[in-house]
Design a protein around this ligand. Structure first.
Ligand code: FES
Length: 75
């Protein structure tokens, strides 16, 4: 099934990147495939695949691994 129509990226291609090659961010997927880098409606499905497959491989998506915790300094 095609996920990104702009670049013809399929769900199986995305699964291979995430599971077999360890790609763990939407930004990295966009760099590798173009998916999500044009009109954008595929980004939600790309993100959902990242979350579901990354948790299955115990490899959290980069977006989850980093937090922008507010600093208490200067508050
Ligand atoms: S459908 Fe994926 S960027 Fe347009």
């Amino acid at each position: 099934m095609i996920v990104c129509h702009c670049f013809g990226v399929t769900d199986s291609a995305l699964k291979k990147l995430i599971v077999e090659e360890g790609v763990c961010s939407a930004t990295a997927i966009a760099r590798r495939t173009g998916a999500g880098s044009c009109c954008g409606p595929c980004r939600e499905e790309v993100t959902q695949l990242l979350y579901s497959l990354s948790s299955a491989t115990h490899n959290p998506p980069e977006e989850l691994a980093t937090t922008d915790a507010p600093s208490s300094a200067g508050a």
